[in-house]
Design a protein. Structure first.
Length: 169
């Protein structure tokens, strides 16, 4: 039974983490695209995305959702938008049943609170329990120093054990 990494990234930070994770786990990676892409710059970037996230408005995914039956573990990777989950991941989670899966979470933010985002994922995943979350602030190659922590997270995913964040993000 394999691992599936499902992600959404608008400006590349989540994507940066996912490339490392997918390589380490040797797992399938499903980066979600939306039918009507979000603007990645200016006022519109925050306006439309923030509104959709705040009201949990569903968005149409351009990425087909695969059959999840062959995956025992699903890793959900999202940026924080308006203190909650990005709409593409929110919409994905509403369409799938993760109740029998091991679920791990990867969250990137710009320094705000991630608790509501985590709570929303826990609620939508309906999993018996999210086994761990890796939290990061705008990670990017130039300033990346948390390789050891990300390696511990990947080890926990591979072993199906609980991951507890150590130190600061
Ligand atoms: C619409 C929108 C809303 C955001 N809201 C928050 C927020 O509430 N708290 C926060 O810390 N960062 C917020 N951010 C910043 C992103 O979570 C952060 O930059 C993240 O690392 C971006 O990941 P990405 O480059 O993979 O898209 C927001 C970004 C966007 C585009």
């Amino acid at each position: 039974m394999g691992f599936l990494l499902v992600s959404y990234s608008l400006t590349g930070h989540v994507q940066f983490l996912c490339e490392i994770i997918a390589t380490r786990l040797g797992c399938e990676h499903l980066p979600l695209a939306v039918k009507r892409p979000y603007p990645s710059q200016g006022f519109a970037k925050f306006y439309r995305g923030g509104r959709d996230a705040t009201f949990h408005w569903p968005v149409r995914l351009a990425t087909p959702i695969p059959d999840l039956s062959s995956f025992s573990t699903v890793i959900i990777a999202t940026p924080v938008w308006a203190s909650t989950v990005s709409p593409p991941i929110d919409s994905f989670l509403r369409k799938v049943d993760l109740s029998q899966k091991k679920v791990y979470v990867v969250i990137s933010c710009s320094g705000g609170d991630t608790r509501r985002c985590q709570q929303r994922i826990h609620a939508l995943a309906k999993s018996n329990g999210v086994l761990g979350s890796f939290l990061s602030i705008d990670p990017k190659e130039e300033t990346w120093e948390r390789d050891a922590q990300l390696a511990s997270f990947c080890t926990a995913v591979m072993q199906g054990t609980i991951y507890e964040e150590e130190g600061s993000v």
